[in-house]
Ligand binder design. Structure first.
Ligand SMILES: Nc1ncnc2c1ncn2[C@@H]1O[C@H](COP(=O)(O)OP(=O)(O)OP(=O)(O)O)[C@@H](O)[C@H]1O
Length: 276
């Protein structure tokens, strides 16, 4: 792949004082410590690591939802740290987030049609009299029936709710989706369906994905490249196949060892190294 990466992160750092908001006190504790990576347009890049390793902080900064202390983030050539007010709306449109728990991100009082239509309305993408058709088209693209329009999120299963979240994200025709543990809360068979849908949508629309996860079996199936985060650092980065089949860092080996596999003999493909 050539050209400018969809996302470019350089020497990114972010620390937090302990406690939240006005109660934050003490010496700042680093959450992300000088990480760098590029995501080529149309590819899927995974960030993996244990809880607290800094994955979501990185994702929030890349999306412009949180400031960085040091470093630079460019999204489609735009410097996220110095977006002008007039560019913020276009930036937000270009990049959408899908979270682990759709119930936390979907307003439970809104009907699905309203939820999916919101971005179309805010960005004035389709004339008012054509919006309903557009929403139906988006729902159907995501494997939901047109009748979903007039129902509420709680009337759907977890997998269907994630489909609603994806339809809502796609409504603004983004170039990039940040997928923060999008299948972690789902049964394995439903996970596979959602991942297949995401791959299909990526092929159709040449989307770029930043995928946050901790399940290496999912990452292996879904991501082209992966960076392994440990305590705010990237300890290893490479093609997913190389990193999982031939990990160079003991931390990555431990993550792989901790991943349940249907057939334990598959473990043999991960050569154990002597790190003593
Ligand atoms: N708003 C905040 N205020 C204070 N500390 C924070 C804040 N957000 C994150 N942290 C801390 O930064 C570190 C990294 O957190 P982060 O959520 O980025 O990790 P993560 O790898 O995404 O973990 P998880 O998989 O559990 O979501 C953690 O120690 C966390 O407690």
């Amino acid at each position: 792949m050539t050209g400018e990466p969809a996302i470019s992160v350089r020497d990114l750092s972010r620390s937090y004082r302990q406690g939240r908001g006005m109660f934050a006190r003490g010496t700042p504790v680093p959450a992300v410590r000088g990480i760098s990576f590029d995501i080529p347009t149309g590819s899927t890049f995974g960030l993996v690591g244990e809880s607290g390793s800094g994955k979501s902080t990185t994702a929030r900064i890349v999306c412009g939802l949180e400031p960085m202390d040091r470093g630079a983030v460019r999204v489609q050539g735009r410097d996220v740290g110095s977006l002008r007010r007039r560019d913020v709306k276009a930036f937000r449109r270009s990049m959408q987030l899908v979270f682990q728990d759709p119930m936390a991100s979907l307003n439970p009082y809104w009907k699905v049609g309203t939820l999916v239509e919101e971005g179309i309305r805010v960005h004035d993408l389709v004339p008012r009299n054509r919006r309903r058709d557009r929403v139906v088209e988006l729902l159907e693209r995501c494997g939901l029936p047109a009748s979903a329009l007039d129902r509420h999120p709680h009337e759907f299963s977890g997998g269907q709710r994630q489909r609603i979240s994806i339809a809502r994200a796609l409504a603004v025709e983004p170039a990039i989706l940040v997928l923060d543990e999008p299948v972690s809360a789902l049964d394995v068979s439903i996970q596979a369906q959602i991942l297949t849908l995401l791959k299909h949508l990526q092929d159709e629309s040449h989307l770029t994905y930043l995928f946050i996860g901790h399940d290496l079996a999912v990452v292996e199936r879904f991501c082209d490249r992966v960076a392994v985060m440990k305590r705010g650092l990237i300890v290893e980065e490479g093609s997913t196949r190389d990193v999982i089949r031939n990990p160079q860092d003991p931390y990555t080996e431990r993550l792989i060892e901790a991943t349940p596999v249907p057939d334990p003999t598959l473990r043999r493909r991960v050569p154990r190294k002597d790190h003593s």
